[in-house]
Design a protein around this ligand. Structure first.
Ligand SMILES: CSC[C@@H](O)[C@@H](O)C(=O)COP(=O)(O)O
Length: 355
């Protein structure tokens, strides 16, 4: 774990401590979440963000919510658990990790019929801790499976932030870069700034710089030219939800990178843990896409207005990359190639009933 340099979420006594990612890279500010509504707000406002981290935060928030509840006995606790789950699930619609983690928490309550509240809370805390530690393990496993895809001297492109800040501390796509670096490979990373909320410019470059990885920031519209110039060897991105046929949702702009990579014959990889799989959905068309505040587009990071008042705005937070553009999907179980439908089912089939 030598590359985990920052811990994006942890328990501090009876509350949750998070890094407020909206303040990075200007300030590294930790914020305490003492109740469920502060966890909901942190997820909604992207203080805590990235699919795996959203799931972890929801599981921890669930513990806070049930602990604070006045209900003391079963089956009231089960009803309360379902209410808490619905509330936290309403924060963001796309990353399936949120629903996956909340589903696990509710199942713990269901499995302990008649249990007293104190003991139930111990089981729930244990489940939330397990969700966190499983994510650490899965990120390491993914980085090992993807190691063969990165060569010494490669220039790699990524979008948004699929790093330690988006997970339990190591990352999915950025985990692959950390692993290559640990293996002594010399790599160069290009980070797309990722308009409108600039997760690439603010978070990915911050993380990579701290980990001494050679990183160059580009505006989103520069990726095509870099590819034309032959300066990108592979593209690695994370995911918010992967459907059964391999189509996946990720930060808006991912699809354009996939099309560009396909045109330029550059390998394009999606790195995500099984908590991001939603095998109940046949294709990417069924993935709900979050639409966000127009102000994110009409201003530069909520500060300077950059568009006339009243202009129509289209602001989806994610897009769908069709499976046909993907060279491989990497999960903790290994490298998955086409046909994704069959191969995802073979490796992860049991998951379809779990979400
Ligand atoms: C390992 S994180 C994978 C994805 O969640 C990430 O690429 C992404 O799109 C995050 O979007 P965000 O809106 O910042 O939560």
């Amino acid at each position: 774990m030598k590359n985990i340099f920052v811990n994006p979420i942890f328990w501090e006594g009876d509350h949750i401590c998070i890094i407020d990612q909206t303040k990075l890279p200007v300030e590294l500010v930790y914020e305490g979440c003492r109740d469920i509504s502060s966890v909901w707000r942190a997820v909604k406002k992207l203080k805590v963000r990235g699919a795996p981290l959203i799931g972890i935060a929801a599981a921890m928030g669930f513990v806070l919510g049930l602990r604070r509840s006045k209900v003391k006995t079963w089956p009231g606790l089960l009803q309360e658990a379902r209410k808490i789950s619905r509330y936290l699930a309403s924060a963001r619609p796309t990353a399936v990790n949120l629903f996956w983690a909340l589903g696990r928490m509710v199942r713990v309550v269901e499995a302990h019929e008649g249990e007293d509240k104190k003991r139930l809370l111990l089981f729930l805390k244990k489940e939330a801790d397990a969700i966190l530690s499983e994510d650490i393990r899965m990120c390491f496993q993914m980085s090992r499976h993807a190691a063969c895809l990165v060569k010494n001297g490669d220039s790699l492109l990524t979008v948004c932030n699929a790093g330690g800040l988006a997970t339990s501390g190591y990352g999915t796509a950025l985990g692959v870069f950390y692993r290559a670096h640990e293996e002594g490979k010399s790599i160069k990373v290009y980070a797309c700034e990722t308009r409108p909320l600039l997760q690439g410019a603010r978070l990915t470059t911050w993380e990579l710089l701290h980990n001494k990885i050679d990183v160059t920031l580009i505006c989103d519209n520069m990726a095509a030219d870099l590819m034309r110039l032959g300066r990108i060897d592979a593209v690695f991105v994370g995911a918010d939800r992967i459907a059964a046929n391999g189509d996946f949702a990720n930060k808006i702009g991912t699809y354009s990178l996939a099309v560009l990579a396909y045109y330029h014959k550059i390998p394009f990889y999606c790195v995500a843990p099984s908590s991001t799989l939603d095998l109940s959905l046949g294709s990417g068309k069924e993935i709900p896409i979050e639409q966000r505040d127009p102000l994110e587009v009409t201003s530069f990071y909520f500060k300077k207005p950059i568009a006339p008042t009243g202009v129509h705005v289209f602001n989806p937070a994610f897009d769908i990359t069709p499976a046909s553009f993907i060279s491989a999907i990497i999960t903790e179980k290994g490298l998955i190639r086409k046909p994704f439908g069959r191969n995802l089912r073979r490796l992860h089939g049991r998951l379809s009933q779990k979400h």
